[in-house]
Design a protein around this ligand. Structure first.
Ligand code: CO8
Length: 257
């Protein structure tokens, strides 16, 4: 397993786990961390032994945002030329396998945006989500105004982005920002179980399912349904469809690997 300065990497069976690991800065997403995260996501995506990926932080923080100390001195031309929000920040979006965020503690600013780029968010009952950039004289810059609005609706998104208030786990679940909430000590074991279940399914069907759901955010209903239909039909050309349906009929567990 590669070693990095700002993340820890583990495998649990077919699940790849990435722990954000800058405890002294509440996992603030400095350039080096974001680069390392991108590199490991790419490595897990390319690894046939991995079927799903989990990103988590510590009990105290998933990530408290982009690194304010690193951003503070940046000028506009520097920021434009370095493309500091570009390729690495969006590396999660390029992953074909499911990426799950397991959030305990603070998920603020870029930390909340990173979680929202994942395919699902599971939260500990200690989780706190927020887009507090307005307090710093800026606004969210890695998709926060768009993904939060699509997840929780306009009024709540405006409330969060304009007042910088944090949303706790219970509110985040009610508002559909997160899919399930677990007691803090159960979060990682439960998320690893969910990820392991997904990782044992047909990798092609899982990839297509992820692609089809994501298309719902990008296109019209009619085009999205056409896209879904094309993916659905193409799965009938895979051995996984034969295996999945045969296993049902023969009353046994399918073997997709
Ligand atoms: N950046 C850098 N350091 C941080 C950050 C951060 N975002 N958050 C916390 N830290 C550091 C603190 O400076 C402190 O370090 P030190 O001990 O050296 O002073 C350490 O982490 C512990 O933090 P606190 O002492 O503040 O801990 P508290 O428990 O008192 O407070 C909070 C916790 C409420 C989370 C508080 O730390 C806080 O408000 N943090 C900043 C949250 C924030 O504003 N996030 C948004 C940042 S901007 C952003 O994310 C833009 C995203 C754009 C994406 C694309 C750009 C690359």
């Amino acid at each position: 397993m590669p070693t990095y300065d700002n993340i820890l990497v583990e495998t649990h069976g077919r699940v790849g786990l990435i722990r954000l690991n800058r405890p002294a800065a509440l996992n603030a997403l400095c350039d080096a961390l974001v680069r390392e995260l991108g590199a490991q996501l790419q490595a897990f995506d390319a690894d046939k032994a991995i079927g799903a990926i989990v990103i988590t932080g510590s009990d105290r923080a998933f990530a408290a945002g982009a690194d304010i100390k690193e951003m503070h001195g940046r000028t506009n031309p520097d920021a434009m030329m370095e493309d500091f929000i570009g390729a690495n920040w969006e590396s999660v979006l390029k992953v074909k396998k499911p990426v799950i965020a397991a959030v305990a503690g603070f998920a603020l600013g870029g930390g909340c945006e990173l979680a929202m780029m994942c395919d699902m968010i599971f939260a500990a009952d200690t989780a706190k989500f927020g887009q507090p950039e307005i307090n710093l004289g800026v606004i969210p810059g890695a998709g926060g105004t768009q993904r939060l609005t699509r997840a929780v609706g306009k009024s709540k998104a405006m409330d969060m982005v304009l007042t910088a208030r944090m949303m706790d786990a219970a509110e985040a679940e009610r508002a559909n920002l997160v899919s399930r909430v677990f007691p803090a000590d159960q979060l990682l074991p439960e998320v690893l179980k969910i990820a392991a279940k997904i990782a044992d399914l047909s990798p092609v069907a899982v990839q297509f399912a992820k692609q089809a759901v994501n298309r719902a955010f990008e296109t019209t209903l009619a085009e999205g349904v056409r896209h879904e239909r094309a993916l659905f039909l193409s799965l009938f050309g895979t051995p996984h469809q034969k295996e999945g349906m045969a296993a049902f009929i023969e009353k046994r567990k399918p073997n997709f690997q």
